[in-house]
Design a protein around this ligand. Sequence first.
Ligand SMILES: NC(=O)c1ccc[n+]([C@@H]2O[C@H](COP(=O)([O-])OP(=O)(O)OC[C@H]3O[C@@H](n4cnc5c(N)ncnc54)[C@H](OP(=O)(O)O)[C@@H]3O)[C@@H](O)[C@H]2O)c1
Length: 269
Amino acid sequence: MRLIKAKLMKIAIIGTGNLGSAIANGLLEAQVVKPQQLSLTKRNMASLQDFKKLQVDITRDNKKAVQGKDIVFLCVQPQKINPILDDIAEGLSDKIVISTITGFKLKDLQAKIKGAIIFRAMPNTAIAIKESMTCISTTDANEIQKETVSNLFSHLGTSMFIEDELMGAATVLAASGIAFAMRFVRASMQAGIEIGFESDEAQKIAAQTIKGATALLLANNSHPEAEIDKVTTPLGITITGLNKMEQEGFSAALTQGIKASYQKINKIK
Ligand SMILES: NC(=O)c1ccc[n+]([C@@H]2O[C@H](COP(=O)([O-])OP(=O)(O)OC[C@H]3O[C@@H](n4cnc5c(N)ncnc54)[C@H](OP(=O)(O)O)[C@@H]3O)[C@@H](O)[C@H]2O)c1
């Protein structure tokens, strides 16, 4: 495997739907890949015309798309991947392959693709605005290859290497986590309307407040309770609300919900 310099990467994305398009946009905007060095595949190419205008290579031919590439993303739905790999696996040896396919483990990929350096990545839908939390696993990459891949995802948000066995847990916490966070915003909005705001005002206040709260955690590298301490005072308003939420089962509902999703994903696997 040759050392890949960031500016010289040639990349193919197999299955350019929601996720593949978000990855392509992020990499093009970050100028990690030149349009002429990027191939995107899809059977119905109507949605790829904007990429074509940028001189990106768009094609239905997966085999041709991977030729001469350094890195190949696999971004099709899980039920589509086996026949595609039967078609292109031979052309993937000596390349970095990054699979985003839910439920398809490293060992499944390694059994199908010989000689490639294989990564599995679990982003979330915030990848479309380059704010994804992407968990990545690999067993056969060296440090340089790991750095190459984490650098790619650093243009699309934040990434973290995890053991492949934790991918199910990452799917629940980070990918389903977007939906869990949305429910928090929606509940806050509903309460906000009850206490006097218009719906759009309540949404803006709730969403920006969550953004600020999580930005505090990330900027200060602090524990949530440390940030809560800063806004709670004895006999105060905030502690009254927090205690009522806990009496109503707030933390229990969230942890039980996450654990239920995890049990479900383990049953599917
Ligand atoms: N969206 C996310 O944020 C997210 C997060 C984590 C993981 N994932 C995983 O990532 C994968 C893709 O998700 P997605 O949301 O992007 O799905 P999607 O929007 O359905 O995209 C998949 C694309 O694959 C194309 N495709 C199907 N058969 C093909 C073939 N033979 N050759 C080339 N392209 C083909 C489809 O287009 P045509 O039918 O036109 O070919 C479709 O646009 C899934 O496995 C999903 O579980 C997604």
